[in-house]
Design a protein around this ligand. Structure first.
Ligand code: IPM
Ligand code: SF4
Length: 469
């Protein structure tokens, strides 16, 4: 009997449904649960109140990342709230028997960076975390999505979650990327095309030869930002690039188990003829280095383009938020961003703080110096990234360029620690959100790729990387 062709999403979802009842959300088994200090405290308190243990502590991994200092990380945390958050995570993990990669541990880092690098993130899994950018892990061909604190409690107590199945979107990108164009530009381009709400209610699968030719690091950047167009998550079918990345990692399957898993992973692709609710197609040749000018990630332009004018925007609601946005950013409609002086450059976050990002930046800045008007922070995504960077001598290249390589954490991606961009200052940032106040009260963010950030650091202004490569 021939089965109806299935999408990759359906294959993984259906194989994890524990209970399905018409008119109710599916009860879905969760293979891997990541937790951090911000969204887990109330969940643990809920368990305490109910007097129940964590159902399967081995499937949960904890790491402090949001509230951690990126200088002198091993000294007691000065900020009282941050210290309390991190201490609470420590106590909860000790009380409930959960593995914690605490500050100073070789595996500590941003939660979405450490999962993949430790081989905890694997194809075919269901993965959740009380964090919207859990979508990052989908680059390995699994279903990964962010959940709320009450759902964190649900997963801790039952290793399952109740969820309605989302709609499915395919985004196919084909063709050769131009010089100086990175995967960050691909995703900023897509979000600019479909808007920050363009994929609301969908789970996105990315496909096409452009995606196939990307490294795992680059794929993670794309899946990471799926959430910034409203999607529940993003995924990419696993292939040889995926398997090579995973092989030999700390918690990756080994020996016979590897062979067994690999055979299963190879089946993880969308069947010919399977249907999506929506299909979008883009050409890689149309994509250029991108930068955002506004206060949501959909407000992006090619770095050489002008900011749109009010008249160019179609709907009225959009016009109101557009005006407010430009006011906040201190920018004029119709103006060019190119040549705009910047004050800070932040290279970091779960979007672009992996070793490949740091290599790209180092490669570009080698022998160059930062401009006098900019302060440059490089915050590695994890201790493993930092160690690797040092082993390769990247720290020396950064130091010679006047860039500061600090300790790992979320840092100025959202400024929950002391790394804040001062009010009114402009920062070219490799992170994923440019919301009002995101990098500090009244801070102004231009989202861009690591290369566009690096060139801004050297010239002190918004610059087209293609002038240099
Ligand atoms: C703090 C956390 C809940 C939040 C998220 O869910 O994304 C943060 O990581 C962010 O990027 O804004
Ligand atoms: S690096 Fe930024 S986006 Fe990623 S988890 Fe941390 S705060 Fe959220």
């Amino acid at each position: 009997m021939s089965q109806k062709p299935q999408t990759l999403f359906d294959k993984i979802w259906d194989s994890h449904v524990v209970k399905r009842q018409e008119g109710h959300p599916d009860v879905v088994f969760i293979d891997r649960h990541f937790i951090h200090e911000v969204t887990s405290p109330q969940a643990f308190n809920g368990l305490r109140q109910r007097g129940i243990p964590v159902f399967n502590p081995q499937r949960t991994t904890a790491v402090p990342d949001h509230n951690v200092p990126t200088k002198d990380q091993l000294l007691p945390i000065k900020d009282a709230l941050s210290r309390h958050q991190v201490d609470t995570l420590r106590k909860n993990c000790a009380d409930f028997g959960i593995e914690l990669y605490d500050l100073g541990h070789p595996y500590q880092g941003i939660v979405h960076i450490i999962g993949p690098e430790l081989g905890l993130t694997l194809p075919g899994m269901t993965i959740v975390c009380g964090d919207s950018h859990t979508s990052t892990h989908g680059a390995f061909g699994n279903i990964s999505f962010g959940i709320g604190t009450s759902e964190v409690e649900m997963v801790l107590s039952a290793q399952c979650i109740m969820q309605y199945k989302p709609k499915k979107m395919l985004i196919e990108i084909n063709g050769q990327l131009g010089k100086g164009v990175l995967s960050k530009d691909i995703i900023l381009y897509i979000i600019a095309k479909i808007s920050a709400g363009g994929a609301t209610g969908y789970f996105v699968e990315y496909a096409g030869d452009t995606i196939r030719n990307l490294s795992m690091e680059a794929r993670m950047t794309i899946c990471n930002m799926s959430i910034e167009m409203g999607a529940r998550g993003g995924m990419i079918a696993p292939d040889e690039t995926t398997f090579n990345y995973i092989k030999g990692r700390k918690f990756a399957p080994q020996g016979e188990e590897w062979e067994k898993q690999l055979a299963y992973w190879k089946t993880l692709k969308t069947d010919e003829g399977a249907e999506y609710d929506t299909v979008l197609r883009f050409n890689a040749e149309d994509i250029e280095p991108m930068i955002t000018y506004g206060t949501n990630p959909g407000m992006g332009i090619k770095v050489t383009d002008r900011i749109p004018t009010l008249a160019e925007l179609k709907d009225i609601a959009e016009q109101t938020s557009f005006k407010k946005s430009l006011e906040y950013m201190g920018l004029e409609a119709g103006a060019q961003l190119l040549g705009k002086p910047v004050d800070y450059v932040f290279i970091g976050s779960c979007t672009n703080a992996r070793i490949e990002d740091l290599r790209l930046v180092a490669d570009f800045v080698k022998g160059k110096r930062k401009a006098d008007n900019v302060e440059v922070w490089i915050i590695p995504g994890s201790n493993q990234v930092a160690t690797q960077a040092k082993a390769e001598g990247l720290d020396k290249i950064f130091a010679e360029a006047g860039f500061e390589l600090r300790d790992p954490g979320c840092s100025a991606c959202l400024g929950m620690n002391e790394d804040k961009v001062p009010a009114g200052k402009y920062c070219v940032s490799t992170s994923n959100r440019n919301f009002e106040g995101r990098q500090g009260p009244q801070s102004r963010t231009f989202l861009a790729s690591p290369l566009t950030a690096a060139v801004a650091a050297v010239t002190g202004k918004v610059t087209d990387i293609r002038e240099f490569v």
